[in-house]
Write a protein that binds this ligand. Structure first.
Ligand SMILES: Nc1ncnc2c1ncn2[C@@H]1O[C@H](COP(=O)(O)OP(=O)(O)OP(=O)(O)O)[C@@H](O)[C@H]1O
Ligand SMILES: [Mg+2]
Length: 328
């Protein structure tokens, strides 16, 4: 399978009154057509800013993408004009966000909001766009979808709004779906239904997916590979099974709380670990995890270990082998 997305050395900063916040510090990863990548990491580690930067949805100012590439099907998203990137967002890349209520316009009907991108991007007339909207809403499991097009967002339950948001992201058959914690606010049963829905749609439509979450059960159910972020960097990346069985970054070990078995990860939240998250007011020169790490050696204070291949399918940014306590 060919790569659909190559992100290389992405760096994003925010200018604030207190100084520059180094939110994303050289994130690189790739994604193949039809593949699902999970991204995990504690609050503030730069997950949302990474994907928002790629989609050019960072408010500038105060934000600025200062380095990197995000090559999507051969073109750099970071170099596109505003018009070009808007077209990509409306058609080739679909997005689902955490909070559907801030996403929807409360004074427009669901039908208006779901059909609008079709009218804008494909030139469909209103009648055709509404028909397609009803079909897509049905596909994501909205009962009596055609009858509900004239309802407003508040007339849908949280889980249903989430489904509508997924429908909107998928309406133009995107090759890539980016979902930023879309199930966090939902109860466990609805979460499971949404995950099942996405699995089914992925099979039917074949899109690649980037799924950001705190929930290891969701990652195990959906993703083939997972990237762990810390302090604006990816600190470990591996296939899900490999990461669960053989986590090699001390932070990942902390997150997993000793070594969980795959069958124990169902809806298990990431455990919180001791110490404070890194302050991002300075670009990390040492390892960003240094102050919380129980494995640290002198080298960790002097050099930020970049992500490197441990095996062809397992990357880690750490100087120390946590199994032996010795430097790699
Ligand atoms: N508009 C902004 N102005 C200043 N700093 C910002 C802005 N947006 C994000 N940041 C900072 O960038 C860093 C990364 O934030 P980000 O939203 O990517 O975290 P996250 O990993 O998505 O966390 P969460 O799990 O809570 O969603 C944080 O320190 C955050 O405070
Ligand atoms: Mg976020």
């Amino acid at each position: 399978m060919a790569d659909i997305l190559n992100v290389e050395g992405l760096e994003t900063q925010f200018r604030t009154r207190e100084g520059i916040v180094h939110a994303v510090n050289g994130v690189s990863f790739n994604l193949k057509e039809g593949e699902t990548l999970g991204i995990v990491g504690e609050s503030g580690c730069g997950k949302s800013v990474s994907v928002m930067s790629m989609l050019r949805l960072i408010p500038c100012p105060p934000g600025e993408i200062v380095a990197g590439k995000a090559i999507f099907q051969g073109n750099d998203l970071l170099k596109m004009t505003d018009d070009e990137i808007r077209k990509v967002r409306g058609s080739q890349i679909g997005m689902v966000f955490q909070d559907p209520m801030t996403f929807f316009n409360p004074v427009l009907t669901i039908g208006q909001q779901v059909s609008e991108p079709l009218e804008v991007h494909t030139g469909m007339n209103k009648k055709m766009a509404y028909e397609r909207a009803a079909k897509v809403l049905e596909m994501v499991g909205i009962p009596r979808a055609a009858d509900r097009l004239d309802d407003y967002p508040h007339q849908f339950s949280g889980g249903m709004r989430q489904r509508v948001m997924i429908a909107m992201a998928l309406i133009s058959n995107p090759q890539l779906l980016i979902a930023d914690e879309p199930t966090t606010a939902l109860d466990v049963t609805i979460q499971a239904q949404i995950v099942e829905l996405v699995q089914r749609l992925r099979q039917e439509l074949g899109m690649a997916i980037i799924w950001i979450t705190h929930d290891l059960g969701i990652i195990a159910g959906l993703a083939k590979r997972v990237a762990v972020m810390y302090g604006g960097c990816i600190v470990e990346e591996a296939e899900v099974k490999e990461l669960y069985v053989n986590p090699m970054h001390p932070y990942t070990r902390g997150l997993l709380g000793s070594l969980p078995r795959m069958d124990e990860t169902e809806h298990r939240r990431l455990v919180s670990i001791d110490g404070m998250p890194p302050i991002l007011m300075e670009k990390p020169r040492s390892c960003p995890f240094l102050s919380r790490c129980t494995y640290a050696v002198d080298r960790c204070k002097m050099e930020n270990p970049g992500l490197r291949d441990l095996t062809p399918d397992h990357k880690v940014a750490c100087w120390v082998d946590p199994n032996t306590g010795r430097e790699h």
